[in-house]
Design a protein around this ligand. Structure first.
Ligand SMILES: Nc1ncnc2c1ncn2[C@@H]1O[C@H](COP(=O)(O)OP(=O)(O)OP(=O)(O)O)[C@@H](O)[C@H]1O
Length: 824
């Protein structure tokens, strides 16, 4: 991290001191005695030597036991290191001789030193020798670390480590399955990696359950420029885990000549400069990819000073692709192998945080706004591309990198000036042991952070310094978050920068997170390297939440192929049924047409309808007509039977209808006759009245109507019609009829009751009554009436005929039905 306050460093050193003390207390009595002696700088040299001898004896035994157990460290690992020759030459020496010489050196130095033993060692600057004071056994590894060449090196491990591989225990990702471990073994094939230490062992305290952030360190090789400038390597990686950082004392700084600076760190794995990209990927990210395929979220981020090799680790080159490329390739390969139906969805988004603005790298445009919802922090409007192959992903990645802000600085020619986040969301289906289909969704975030830098290291130009300030600010926010998370604070200041907002899930969410700290071997970058290692060491203690795998079991009872078969069968059946139904409909239509043709009234039958029926039995109960929709109606036998039977029925119906019509005709003729009689009677009466010159009645009543002429008939409740069909309803005493109301509202009654209604309005006088017309005019009117009646009768006959045909077609089964069908 760019900034580390004095108090933080002090705290850290105190913690380490405490850890050292705790470790020492675990040792034997003699060792504890030694510790007491070592802690006291004013203790006698004799006692110190005694203790050292004791310690040496003890550690010698331990180291010989260790040599018997553990495999020899790979000599090739250090091939590029400046001290390789020295290391090899040392190895060629007899171990015992070497150890004893070391001890002698130590004892000599201690006898000469004025510094307290555990704090370091000193040699006169003229002497070219190695100077150590080791509170830990001088194991082979430690010796390697200290053999830094002919120069005067002031270095020592700050943290004692038991020289026993069995103390390191494998740390697992929170994958919830054995796959992780299997993969780990398969991919790494390294005993030490399988036996990574427990989180508790790393932090030195009991921590709650959950997944700890995995922290790895990668050392980059010395650049040509650095070599040419005569820079030295200040970092040693031992046993692929331990990082020894040493500081070369400045020969001209006489005041600090005696000051010793050097640190020792232990991580989940540390990669020397010769480590290949594939090895880095397989050790750091392969398990994470596996976890993502199990439906979990995973994050990998590279952290380090500018020019330390973050982008190289994440992106790499075309010849040596980095973690991003290898992870995506691995994802695609594994999805294709595992997907049960061959389908998968891979969505890709790529953004950068530059000068505290979020930009879409795949479709650059306006800055994006960060929003928080239930799923976490989201960049609103970020493009999600669906990729179908690795090549497509590569093309997208390339496009995104072209859009990424990079500038040459003094520290790095292609320095990334922004933090880049590549997010891959995968969705695919797998089958479990009980053949259930499980839908899995996982998210992998690959983050390449911009490098922390000192203002002096980069250009002093305004834009670069502003970029640098923003980068440092966001990294400082990141370090604050790491601090808060490690200290278990309730409030984590994610909102201090856009970067921490975006990393919220990776740091404190339900996510498996890997941090790769990139460091430079150059002694000129000692400060930055120390900072990086310090924060990486701190990040080891962060624990992310234990999250559920994002998977959903789809309730499909049968296998995919069975399902497909079933679907095909059902489709086939459906097609067949449709064809059958169409055929049946055609047959039905044909039958109906046939029946209609057979039942349709021919001219002869119409004429027969008009002739009087020979026999008519209207009340006779008829057999219901068999329905065309009956189940057996499609048999050819029945088809032959149905037509004549229907025809016979129809003939009978016609006959009955004819009889009915005849009867009605008679009734109507009778009615007409009665009406004529009434008219004649009325005429006679009116003639009499006229003859009597009785115009008084006319004057009295005002308007004479037919109703006034038949008051008695009105009382009986019968109309003048002779037909029983035209009987009016019997008037009830309770209900007031319209006539009652009008009578009640008549002026005389109103005068009595004093109440007025709308019917008080006196109607306009109507046309003159028929009785007032001349005789000739009356006769013409009557003739017209009769003509109308005759026409009505003809129409009724036609209607009757028509309705009978309709009812016959509609399939009315009984006589009553048919009769009711006739619209009277
Ligand atoms: N492991 C490695 N092997 C070989 N070359 C490396 C390695 N790591 C880094 N480099 C080289 O070091 C130089 C700087 O690396 P890189 O650009 O990745 O640094 P960086 O940390 O991303 O810097 P910045 O933060 O400024 O972007 C590059 O030229 C790169 O090729």
């Amino acid at each position: 991290m760019p900034v580390s306050t004095r108090s933080q460093v002090t705290n850290h050193e105190e913690n380490e001191q405490r850890t050292r003390t705790r470790h020492r207390s675990d040792q034997a009595d003699a060792s504890s005695h030694l510790n007491v002696a070592l802690r006291n700088p004013h203790h006698g040299l004799k006692e110190k030597m005694k203790a050292l001898t004791l310690l040496y004896e003890q550690q010698k035994r331990a180291s010989s036991a260790f040599r018997n157990q553990s495999p020899k460290p790979d000599e090739k690992r250090f091939a590029t290191h400046p001290s390789v020759d020295l290391v090899n030459s040392c190895k060629r020496e007899d171990k015992e001789t070497k150890d004893s010489r070391l001890l002698q050196d130590v004892m000599k130095e201690n006898s000469m030193s004025t510094m307290p033993a555990p704090m370091g060692a000193k040699l006169p600057s003229s002497r070219v020798t190695r100077t150590f004071v080791l509170p830990q056994p001088p194991t082979e590894d430690a010796k390697e670390n200290l053999l830094m060449g002919p120069d005067r090196i002031l270095g020592f491990p700050s943290c004692p480590r038991k020289a026993n591989v069995t103390t390191t225990v494998a740390r697992k990702l929170s994958m919830g399955s054995s796959v992780a471990q299997t993969e780990l073994k398969g991919v790494n094939g390294d005993k030490n990696m399988q036996e990574l230490e427990k989180p508790e062992a790393v932090s030195g305290k009991v921590v709650p359950s959950g997944s700890r952030i995995l922290v790895f360190v990668r050392l980059r090789p010395m650049s040509k420029k650095e070599k040419e400038s005569g820079s030295r390597c200040c970092v040693r990686i031992v046993n692929k885990r331990d990082v020894y950082l040493t500081e070369f004392a400045n020969e001209h700084d006489y005041l600090r000549l005696k000051r010793l600076r050097g640190r020792h760190f232990t991580f989940d794995a540390s990669f020397p400069d010769s480590t290949s990209q594939h090895e880095v990927y397989s050790r750091t990210t392969a398990d994470l990819v596996e976890a993502v395929l199990q439906g979990r979220n995973g994050s990998v981020f590279c952290y380090g000073a500018t020019g330390a090799g973050k982008t190289y680790t994440m992106l790499g080159t075309i010849e040596n692709p980095g973690v991003m490329v290898l992870a995506i390739k691995d994802l695609f390969t594994k999805i294709r192998q595992r997907s049960c139906d061959g389908n998968h969805v891979v969505h890709l988004s790529y953004l950068e945080v530059y000068n505290e603005t979020v930009r879409d790298l795949l479709s650059p445009g306006r800055p994006l706004v960060l929003r928080e919802d239930k799923q976490g922090i989201l960049a609103a409007g970020l493009t999600q591309y669906r990729a179908y192959s690795t090549d497509e992903v590569m093309a997208l990645l390339q496009r995104g990198n072209q859009n990424r802000t990079t500038e040459p600085t003094r520290a790095n020619e292609t320095s990334s000036r922004s933090h880049a986040i590549l997010q891959v969301i995968i969705e695919y289906r797998v089958k479990d042991a009980s053949m259930n289909i499980i839908n899995r969704v996982g998210k992998l975030s690959l983050i390449d952070l911009a490098g922390s830098e000192r203002a002096l290291a980069t250009d002093q130009r305004t834009l670069r310094s502003l970029e640098g300030a923003n980068i440092n600010r966001s990294l400082l926010a990141l370090s604050s978050c790491i601090n808060a998370l490690v200290e278990g604070k309730k409030h984590i200041p994610y909102r201090n920068s856009k970067l921490t907002q975006l990393l919220k899930d990776s740091l404190g969410g339900a996510c498996n997170t890997v941090m790769i700290a990139n460091i430079s071997p150059c002694n000129l970058s000692f400060g930055e390297t120390q900072n990086t290692l310090h924060w990486a060491d701190r990040a080891k203690e962060i624990r992310t939440k234990e999250g559920e795998a994002n998977e959903e079991t789809l309730q499909v009872p049968d296998s995919g192929t069975d399902q497909a078969k079933l679907l095909l069968e059902l489709q086939k059946e459906n097609r067949e049924l449709r064809v059958q139904m169409a055929r049946q409909q055609q047959r039905l239509l044909a039958l109906e047409a046939q029946a209609l043709a057979a039942n349709s009234p021919t001219p002869s039958s119409v004429s027969s309808l008009l002739t009087p029926p020979s026999t008519a039995h209207p009340n006779e109960k008829r057999k219901p007509r068999s329905s065309f929709l009956h189940g057996n109606c499609f048999t050819p036998e029945l088809k032959r039977k149905v037509a004549p039977e229907g025809f016979r029925e129809l003939q009978q119906t016609v006959k009955t209808l004819e009889a009915e019509i005849e009867k009605m005709k008679k009734d109507h003729a009778l009615q007409l006759k009665q009406k004529d009689d009434v008219i004649r009677e009325l005429k006679r009466k009116s003639d009499k009245q006229l003859e009597r010159g009785g115009t008084e009645g006319v004057k009295k009543s005002g308007v004479q109507t037919r109703a006034t002429l038949r008051p008695k008939e009105k009382n009986t409740g019968e109309l003048k019609s002779p037909s029983h069909r035209f009987r009016s309803p019997v008037p009830t005493t309770k209900k007031r009829s319209f006539w009652d109301i009008t009578a009640a509202n008549s002026p005389s009654v109103t005068a009595l009751s004093g109440r007025k209604t709308r019917s008080h309005v006196i109607p306009e006088p109507g046309p003159p009554s028929m009785l007032l017309q001349s005789r000739r005019a009356r006769r013409t009117q009557l003739k017209a009436q009769r003509r109308n009646q005759r026409q009505e009768m003809t129409m009724v006959g036609h209607l009757y005929l028509f309705s009978s045909i309709l009812s016959a077609q509609a399939g009315s089964s009984t006589w009553e039905e048919r009769r009711s069908n006739i619209a009277w």
